[in-house]
Design a protein around this ligand. Sequence first.
Ligand code: ISL
Ligand code: CA
Length: 555
Amino acid sequence: MIRKWWKEQVVYQIYPRSFYDSNNDGIGDIKGIILKLDYLKLLGIDIIWISPHFDSPNEDNGYDIRNYKKVMEEFGTMEDFDLLLNEIHIRKMKLIIDLVVNHSSDEHNWFIESKSSKDNKYRDYYIWKAGDKNSPPNNWTSFFGGSAWEKDPISNDYYLHYFSKKQPDLNWENNKVREEVYDVMKFWLDKGIDGFRMDVIPFISKDQDFNNLSKKELLNPEKVYSSGPRLHEFLKEMNSKVLSKYDILSIGEAFGISEDTMIQLSDEREEELDLVFLFDIIRIGRENWIQNKWNLAQLKKLFNTQSSVDEFHWPTVFLNNHDNPRSVSKYGNDKDFRIKSAKLLAMLTLTQRGTPILYQGEEIGMTNYNFSELNQFDDLEVLGNLSKAISSGISKKEYILHLNKTSRDHSRTTMQWSSGKKGGFSNGNNNWFLSNPNHDRINVENDLNNEDSIFHFYRKLLQIRKQSKDLIYGHYFDLDPNHQNIFIYQRVGLKTTYLIILNMSDSLINYNFNNLTEYSLEFSNLNTKPRISSNQIELLAWDALMFKKIKYYDK
Ligand code: ISL
Ligand code: CA
């Protein structure tokens, strides 16, 4: 196993808009992040990933970039960014930024030029196709509703956009586009950033036949969009021209990719990317806006698959991000066992094999929001898919019920710093988005003051993890893959074997396990000693225990 700093460290994702507002305009900003760096240092975070901080009209909250070399006005100035980077480095932490280069904003100068006329030199920076008067070039669909093609009244051609029509896809077949992207990457790398999270990077290669999708393919177009013919070629070029010249971390957001693509994309011998974010775990049981049933055996199978990659690959482990509901609401029990189940999920995330990525608020067990009206949502994906939902036969009311399980907006409510107005996110009056009313009890201030809080559980477990190469690099064995309530696995290192036992249910379970007495309890979310006999352990609802046994002592 080749050791790398990014295999041993822990990432914390910040959605700047919702993190902390330092100038009371109701929008989170860069100065707000700087003011909270000591908090993240205390937690024990190594790498900070910020969602896009670039100039943007915020159609998709920054994932529609208007100027790749300018900081979004609401977030602050380039000086603020330089200060943030410096303050992060002073604290011996690292910063990776969000590279969104599958598409730009339609307000980017490149697109304004490209759209202005067919013979404009920027025309081929985007993907234009003739359709006929009323029908687009093919049946490809956008994730934000409707066709993936938008007709331009000037030229009567259509342009491609996998996301909103204000997010036109860049044409990676054009080597000028690729050179522009590499120039943007070097601009930020030469400032000293420590890497990139690459937004929907597998989508950049498009099959130039532009054939229609089959009915089945239309159910999950991301599977086709992420398997274009030149993806690996483009990434190898990006690696040789840019990534390989810096000691950085590159993480591909790999929404929709196949196992084979993942294997090649993140194989260190292939010299493409270092890590990928896979979505099977975080979207388990989910069909678009509908959350269906799933069971623990299915979830464990997904962890087993990603943990059994060979020594040339390294997994990522995350249960939260800005595009998905809150983990304690999805995988835990945020009603009767919020604190305990949040701690269990912390132990799952931090003892699995792979680089953990935490999301703002998970460290204090922030929950989903209880939406009741469509107009409460901010995410363009919600309204974009409304007509599709209605035509699939569900009512607006039912659509809202589904969104209360699946909406991206659950993770975009403002960070809960205190029990004060709006959860201490801002002292302004008109926040850009909702604050969960449960901030009166779920907030950083309370957790910092309570040694037994979720925050301190993460902090202590992060310390244990940081001090144990065996926990980080140890082999992974699921000891009971079929059990539907208990998740029990080992991490076997050179000197130490860890045994993690998680009761992911509301029930008390007497679990048979021989030779438990060989282990010593290292950490748990229990306030009492576990009841263990020679071959059994009594597990209360949401008990999470981590045992260890030393195989041999250093001489
Ligand atoms: O809701 C989704 C798909 O239906 C998400 O999974 C998301 O669109 C997908 O994972 C891609 O996400 C990334 O690209 C989008 C942006 O809206 C997301 O915030 C970003 O994480 C377009 O840039
Ligand atoms: Ca602000």
